[in-house]
Ligand binder design. Sequence first.
Ligand code: DX5
Ligand code: ZN
Length: 220
Amino acid sequence: RLAPLLAPSLLAADFGNLQFETERLATSAADWLHCDVMDGRFVPNISFGIPVLQAIHRHAQQPLDVHLMIEEPQHYLAAFRDAGAANITVHYEACTHLHRVIQQIKALGCRAGVALNPHTPVSVLTDIAADLDLVCVMSVNPGFGGQSFIPNTLRKVADLKELLLDNGSGALIEIDGGVTLDNASALVEAGADVLVAGSFVFNSPDPVKTLADLRAHLMA
Ligand code: DX5
Ligand code: ZN
């Protein structure tokens, strides 16, 4: 019986109908709404920022899980909190002073997360693991939805699970990128606590039903 949190990524939703997209998830199996912020610097794409997050927040029933794929995130943490972020995840690769950034996020009253690019080993988190609420393992290269899952992620999740246990960390393990019905169970069995899914959910004919199917598949 696998019961991870499900976090559909609005990156794959219809940006022309964000109120509709957000509201229809209210009664779905979604536990969090994953919001992908991209700056065209840290990643080679630009998605949306603070005002759009604020608009999503006005219509959302679930906590907003904000994934910052931006350089120098330290300058924008309070603005994202004020716009409605419940969780703020920054990239390991974007933070020279990661410990300080994590403390800042927590001081704002948000859950603090760190995301790792596919090439970044989990071992870099050893000395900060106990301070984290969330670790986001990128299972694609960040910047775009709809990419295929990198299989090495499974081993990485298992290693991370062990690292968190060894360091007395209660951080949740989140997987982001290429999650589908085909890899969801294996990911949760390896130790994933939160599954992000964008195109699998929103490119389906009925996103609410797809989330329900994913939930049922994991409970079976
Ligand atoms: C990628 C984003 C992901 C993306 C996932 O840069 O961080 O959250 O929306 O999309 P899918 O599920 O389509 O890979
Ligand atoms: Zn993301």
